[in-house]
Write a protein that binds this ligand. Sequence first.
Ligand SMILES: *Cc1c(COP(=O)(O)O)cnc(C)c1O
Length: 382
Amino acid sequence: MAIRFNKPFLVGKELENLRHSLEGLHLSGDGPFSEKCHKWLERHYGCTALLTHSCTAALEMAAILANIGPGDEVIMPSYTFVSTANAFVLRGARPVFVDIRPDTLNIDERLLEQALSARTKAIAAVHYAGIGCDMESILAFAAQRGLTVIEDAAQAYLCTYKGRPLGRLGATGALSFHETKNVVSGEGGALLINDETLVERAHIIREKGTNRTQFLRREVAKYEWLDIGSSYLPSDLIAAVLLAQLEEAEAIIAKRRLAWQHYHEALAPLENEGLLRRPTVPADCQHNGHIYYIILRDVEITQNLLRDLRNQGIGATTHYIPLHSAPAGLRYGRVAGSMEITDHVGTCLVRLPLHAAISKEEINRVAEAVTAQLSDKRSKRS
Ligand SMILES: *Cc1c(COP(=O)(O)O)cnc(C)c1O
């Protein structure tokens, strides 16, 4: 039996919510289910949360809210999804790529200084695998220089850093509910707004640059064009599915964390032998079991392992092609300093199958396959 890399986990109540939504005939954005999701997120995060049709959309809103414009520079890791960079490039800004930390694979806060220029406007902090960046250092650095911090918390739903939720530490934070994430609505996302002075403008940007939200609250008689914006809100049908998932998020994440922990224990001997590196979770970070990855020694070992696992029907896969080396990254971005760790991780990181319904037996099979392949390699060498 094949072991899939990912399988969206349905909690059971999605269809019932969808039926209610269809019967209620409020299908466009900000209907009753969106309102419930907003309340749910606001209760958890303690700040304004606005549903978007994706994390990509939430990042685009964050870039507009930060007044990013032509010629501005935004410091970010290269080892991230394209949307982290696109959101700013769409505003005419230049991504400035810095290397990641070898332990968490998050932006290396010690490299911020050398990436600065007179045009630096913001820092995009990406919490890879739901493991928090060193936000204390990043926030202090940004505060000293008047920079905005935007969190790409796409993978970090319900994760914490020093007891505080990720996505809640920068001016804004972007969440994803894409099918490949932990809590899903097919496509979906949300923008967390921590800087309260941004809330009214966020509503306007999300509603095509109009004060339609105020109009719906009966605060104005008509709504009109006030600012730039787009249609960033999801259909209420999406919110209907999302609400069912949000209500079960703790249980979904508990299952994923259990699977993560099982991999972590099963692969410990290989790390001890120096055959691979397992994820590092700093003591002040609580993760959500979003990704279980291993880092191999070189490209050849990695390619052989991937081929071997795929031949056995195990859906293992690498992750990002670093943005600084991709065609659009070369065109729109610049690199600050060495990209040594990013380049290594770009070719030697392997993500193993992980989802809420994966069994202990399946994990054992994957771990055994990894062990057999890497041990085989070692015996051939010696
Ligand atoms: C998934 C992801 C995104 C994009 O999320 P969408 O909801 O698909 O737009 C952005 N950044 C990171 C780090 C991601 O993992």
